[in-house]
Write a protein that binds this ligand. Structure first.
Ligand SMILES: Cc1ncc(COP(=O)(O)O)c(C=O)c1O
Length: 398
């Protein structure tokens, strides 16, 4: 069968491919350490689950308005206002089937064939594929590992052309955990406004920040006409399977996303919407508990990786990923590339990681530390053993 031309511009998410291979191995009885999946290992908090059960028993099971029930839109904008000092109205909010759906809709609604989209590298792979799917041209902004993958407005500005339509920022970043500081964020938005470009800010990991960094959103800026904020309840409340995300933006932009949604998914599952209201309005202590646990794991995994001779590891400032540099193990003495290395890690050490090429770099792998401390310790032991055997000549006595 011949599929549409646009299908040839995208591929199955490499992260999903790793998850699939890992699942196969697990099903075959392998004792796997899974650093591949970007998913909290905590259960959804009880109060949130109860709200869904109540919604179900009250027969809240019918279509809702496409963009979400008003109660939920209100809860989203109120929480955003409380957390970040923004002032969105429910008309400036659409509830989507996870943050991914909001990104898909935002890019579909704004990008025409040939429009350029500035995307910092390393990027979360979905951005690249959705830009390509929409017919846009990704313009990649290389960031430097020795600067902790910092994104600077002046570097972004150098890439702007008359065809630039959108800048995509994801802070904290998947896959590096890098955080764009608030003053740089403001510069990016000011740049977008000055040059008449849209800025998409993906805040999916906004609550997971370390070393005293305070949650921050560009949504609190006064001049936010050129801004699309994408958010998600998936990671914040450990609700990945519930599929609740949102976009915040001008009423005109949100209306355009809604138009698209009205012909595709329609509303987010009714009972998931009620659960989301509880997540946003109910007690927030589970978020702090999870953050505390991620902070402990981050230290463990970063220190553990740095103790492996040959591995370099930038300090992640947020999210729950670390992006170690494995260059020393690539090439003639080790694996052919990061993809081959990740495949060998999975097959030989039974450790699942996602290879860097999925995120636009050749010399890294992504490790998700949304796994228990026991799993992290076991994974580090296996990595140590694996790498010690991979390039014995260069690093045996290091
Ligand atoms: C950077 C980033 N944005 C958005 C999402 C979307 O998550 P969801 O669709 O589950 O809300 C993810 C999920 O992994 C992500 O890593």
């Amino acid at each position: 069968m011949r599929f549409s031309e646009r299908m040839s511009r995208i591929s199955v998410s490499p992260t999903a491919a790793v998850v699939q291979k890992a699942d196969q191995l697990k099903a075959g009885g392998a004792d796997l350490v899974d650093f591949g999946v970007g998913e909290p290992d905590f259960p959804t908090p009880e109060n949130i689950k109860r709200a869904a059960v109540e919604a179900l028993s009250e027969n809240f099971t019918k279509y809702t308005p496409t963009g979400g029930i008003r109660e939920l839109k209100r809860a989203i904008v109120d929480r955003h206002a409380q957390d970040f000092g923004s002032n969105y109205s429910p008309e400036e909010c659409v509830v989507t089937v996870g943050g991914k759906h909001a990104i898909f809709e935002a890019i579909s609604a704004t990008i025409d064939h040939g429009d350029e989209v500035i995307l910092p590298v390393p990027y979360w792979v979905t951005f690249l594929d959705v830009i390509n799917y929409a017919g846009g041209k990704p313009v990649l902004l290389r960031t430097r590992e020795d600067e902790d993958f910092a994104i600077r407005a002046d570097a972004v500005e150098r890439l702007i052309t008359p065809r630039t339509k959108l800048i995509v920022i994801n802070s904290p970043s998947n896959p590096t955990g890098a955080v764009v500081p608030p003053d740089e964020m403001e510069k990016l938005l000011a740049l977008a406004v000055r040059r008449g470009i849209l800025l998409l800010s993906d805040e999916c990991y906004c609550k997971f920040l370390y070393d005293g960094r305070q949650p921050y959103s560009l949504g609190s800026s006064r001049n936010r006409e050129n801004l699309i904020v994408v958010g998600s309840l998936s990671k914040t409340y450990s609700m990945t399977g519930w599929r609740v995300g949102f976009a915040l933006g001008s009423a005109e932009l949100i209306a355009s996303l809604l138009k698209l949604q009205s012909h595709s998914t329609s509303n987010v599952t009714s009972i998931a919407q009620k659960a989301a209201v509880e997540a946003l309005r109910g007690p927030q202590d589970s978020v702090a508990t999870m953050l505390g646990e991620y902070a402990r794991r981050r230290r463990r995994v970063v220190d553990g990786l740095r103790s492996i001779p040959g591995i370099r590891c930038a300090e992640p400032q947020g999210a729950f990923y670390v992006y170690p540099n494995v260059t020393a193990f690539l090439g003639t003495e080790g694996a052919a590339g990061a993809t081959a290395l990740a495949a060998r890690l999975l097959d030989e050490a039974h450790v699942a990681v996602v290879p860097g090429p999925a995120f636009g770099t050749e010399e890294h792998v992504r490790i998700s530390y949304a796994a228990s401390i026991e799993q992290i310790d076991e994974g580090l032991r296996r990595l140590k053993r694996f790498f010690a055997n991979l390039v014995p000549a260069a690093y045996a006595q290091a």
